[in-house]
Design a protein around this ligand. Structure first.
Ligand SMILES: *Cc1c(COP(=O)(O)O)cnc(C)c1O
Length: 386
């Protein structure tokens, strides 16, 4: 069976198919159909924080699949209740949760909840921000490449420069339902929010009766050395959107909801698959692993180690190394595409973030030896122009 040819023939055309067929993963490694080994610094765009094929998650999925896979949220369930209890304990001020199936759905829900709660239409998002691809979330996303073909988008959205308190202050008024921000912009280039900026955003929102939504879909679940990235900046948002690594690789999204968000009544919003027992069981296992294996401190330590080594690379091509924990960007003075290709030829998978930044999102269980391999290969690839 020529897998690459079949996928290329039948794809929607929305994805550039790479000529490698992956069939298996373990920890930070992936293997292709011929048994060749690759080091995965993509983690499926930050999904596989626990590494691939984690035995605890695999067991939870297997066990739950034999008991109960689907159950609408009107009927309580043991796995869902356990997850509700656990997930709302992560940020004690936000003690309600809405479950869905992806990141964009979580953002979509948070925006609906903001309009519902405030009775206002306005959404202020940030330049370079990424929040997903369904219409409401896309309207908050900045990149024209994702937006232009689908206009007109949802009205009453505006975008302000990231880390600019003055401009944020000017943009939030008595018609603003919510401000939505990433604590670290992922897709946009690995830009970290200044602590003073997020704290000012919190103050401005509170003063104006506006809700503050923090999108932790990529930066959450120990990736940056804390459970959520905004916890570095010591603020309490009104809503947090989460997805990606929440359920150890099984599709799941959620919104954590604080006390200022009100107006809910049965049927106003919902999701058929949301909070299904299978995803909940996977998430319960994943959260337990994060705790048992101290994944946050692992990300913290390994991130520091990796960043130090990257800063020692004195390649003339590197403009800057940025990041927190194992969410790291290497900004180059030129486009990164050929370097990513060169890395892939050397069996290292990495992502771009914008045109000129290499984005590293390895599984948090990556070993020091694997980090050394990554740095070695990066050093060779970045030693000359491609
Ligand atoms: C990936 C991502 C999304 C969208 O998540 P999907 O599951 O792909 O819909 C939204 N916000 C951020 C910050 C992301 O990284």
């Amino acid at each position: 069976m020529d897998i690459f040819r079949i996928e290329s023939e039948h794809t929607s055309g929305l994805y550039t198919k790479q000529p490698i067929v992956f069939v298996r993963g373990q920890g930070a490694l992936l293997w292709d159909a011929d048994g060749n080994e690759y080091l995965d610094c993509n983690s499926g765009h930050g999904v596989a924080n626990l590494g691939h094929a984690h035995p605890k998650v695999a067991e939870a999925i297997s066990e739950q699949s034999k008991k109960l896979v689907t159950l609408f949220e009107t009927f309580p369930n043991d796995q869902r209740a356990a997850l509700m209890k656990k997930i709302t304990s992560l940020v004690p001020e936000l003690n309600r949760v809405f479950f869905c199936n992806s990141g964009t759905e979580a953002v979509e829900a948070a925006i609906k909840f903001a309009r519902l709660s405030t009775g206002r239409p306005g959404i202020v998002a940030s330049m370079r921000g990424f929040h997903g691809r369904t219409m409401g979330a896309l309207s908050a996303t900045w990149n024209k490449h994702y937006r232009s073909a689908f206009e007109p988008l949802v009205p009453e959205y505006s975008h302000v420069p990231f880390n600019n308190t003055e401009r944020l202050k000017e943009s939030v008024n008595d018609q603003t339902a919510a401000v939505i921000l990433e604590a670290i912009q992922g897709e946009g280039g690995i830009y970290i929010a200044d602590t003073a900026y997020l704290q000012a955003a919190r103050r401005i929102c509170s003063e104006k009766g506006t809700l503050l939504i923090i999108d932790e879909i990529q930066s959450g679940f120990c990736r940056t050395g804390k459970m959520f990235a905004f916890q570095h900046m010591e603020i309490v948002p009104d809503m947090i959107t989460i997805a990606k690594s929440l359920a150890g690789g099984v599709p799941m999204g959620a919104v954590l909801i604080g006390p200022r968000v009100q107006g809910f009544s049965p049927g106003l919003h919902g999701s058929t698959f949301g909070g299904n027992p299978l995803s909940c069981a996977a998430a319960n296992a994943a959260l337990q692993v994060m705790e048992d294996e101290n994944l946050a401190s692992q990300a913290q330590e390994k991130g520091e180690y990796l960043k130090e080594k990257l800063e020692e690379l004195n390649s003339p091509l590197i403009r800057e190394v940025r990041g927190l924990g194992l969410m790291i960007g290497i900004e180059l003075k030129q486009k990164v595409a050929p370097f990513l290709k060169a890395l892939q030829d050397r069996h290292i998978l990495a992502l771009n973030a914008g045109l000129t930044t290499i984005r590293l999102l390895p599984p948090l269980v990556i070993s020091k030896e694997q980090i050394d391999t990554l740095v070695e290969q990066l050093s060779e690839v970045l030693s000359s122009e491609v």
